[in-house]
Design a protein. Sequence first.
Length: 79
Amino acid sequence: MPEALLSLINNVSITLITLVGYSAMGGAVGAGGLGQVGYQYGYIGYDFAVMNSVLVLLIVLVFIIQISGDLLSKKFNHR
């Protein structure tokens, strides 16, 4: 198990980033969340400030997940 921990941490961070992307796309087709806000008020409502704000929030969320996954990966790397 200790040998696989590094790989598990990396795979969990990739999975979380993928889920953020899927949930944003799902929101655009009616599932709710940030994707729906960006699509409904930003794209359809022609409010570029809302659309860009949602985009920046999604990018920041992905960066937070990626950086925390990298930090955990470096912490548990015993090479």
